[in-house]
Design a protein around this ligand. Structure first.
Ligand SMILES: Cc1cc2nc3c(=O)[nH]c(=O)nc-3n(C[C@H](O)[C@H](O)[C@H](O)COP(=O)(O)O)c2cc1C
Length: 177
C-alpha cells in the first residue's frame, strides 16, 4: 500500500468483526512501532496485547459507555504504556526541558501512530481510546509501577466503514514564515 493511501484510509474503527487477530499480525504492527523516533532513543513505549476473553472483558469494564461497543467487539485490546521518567529526562533524573513528563506521551503517540498505520496496511482496524481507569488496568495486568498506562487501542477486523471526519487544510495549520 502506498504511504498516502495508508495514511488517508486509516480510520478510527469502533465496531469489529468476531474474527480473531493472529498474534503474528500484532507482532508485525509492533515491529513497525519499533521504528518510531523517541527521546534520546529511549524507546519507552510498551504494548500489552490482551486477547484472553476474561481479561479483555475486565479491561473493557474499566472503560466508559462511549467506548463499550469498540471495547466489547474488538478481539484484542492493546494496553499501551510508557516507562516513566526517561523521555525528557537526563541521566540524573532531572527534566531536560520545561515540558516535564510531556515528552513521554509524545513518544508514545509516535509509536502508536506507526502501530495503527501498520495495522491498517494489514487490513486491521484500530481506535485509540483515552478514557479508562488507569490504576485498575495496571493492577489487573500487573504492569510495574515504573510504567504508566497511556492509551488503549482496540484492534480487530473492521465491521464498519466510517466516513473520514473533516480535516483542516494546510491554510489553517501551516504558516510559512
Ligand atoms: C489521544 C486520543 C484519544 C482518543 N480517545 C478516543 C476515545 O476515547 N474514544 C473514541 O471513540 N475515539 C477516541 N479517539 C479517536 C478520535 O476520536 C479520532 O482519531 C478522530 O475523531 C479522527 O478520526 P479518525 O481517527 O477516523 O481519522 C482518540 C484519539 C486520540 C489520538
Amino acid at each position: 500500500m502506498d504511504f498516502m493511501e495508508c495514511v488517508k484510509t486509516r480510520r478510527s474503527i469502533r465496531k469489529f468483526k468476531e474474527e480473531d487477530v493472529a498474534f503474528e499480525s500484532i507482532q508485525k504492527a509492533v515491529e513497525a512501532a519499533v521504528y518510531a523516533p523517541s527521546w534520546k532513543n529511549t524507546q519507552i513505549t510498551r504494548y500489552y496485547a490482551v486477547s484472553n476473553k476474561d481479561m479483555k472483558d475486565k479491561i473493557a469494564g474499566y472503560l466508559p459507555s462511549i467506548n463499550q461497543v469498540a471495547a466489547q467487539s474488538a478481539p484484542v485490546l492493546m494496553v499501551v504504556s510508557v516507562v516513566k521518567y526517561r523521555s525528557g529526562y537526563n541521566r540524573e533524573g532531572k527534566c531536560d526541558t520545561p515540558k516535564g513528563t510531556g515528552w513521554q506521551m509524545f513518544d508514545c503517540g509516535l509509536s502508536s501512530m506507526l502501530f495503527c498505520l501498520k495495522a491498517n496496511e494489514l487490513g486491521l482496524g484500530t481506535v485509540i481510546m483515552g478514557y479508562f481507569d488507569e490504576d485498575a488496568i495496571a493492577k489487573d495486568l500487573e504492569i510495574p509501577d515504573t510504567e504508566e498506562v497511556s492509551a488503549i487501542i482496540a484492534l480487530g477486523y473492521p465491521d464498519e466503514e466510517p466516513v473520514m471526519p473533516k480535516r483542516k487544510g494546510t491554510d489553517i495549520i501551516l504558516k510559512q514564515i
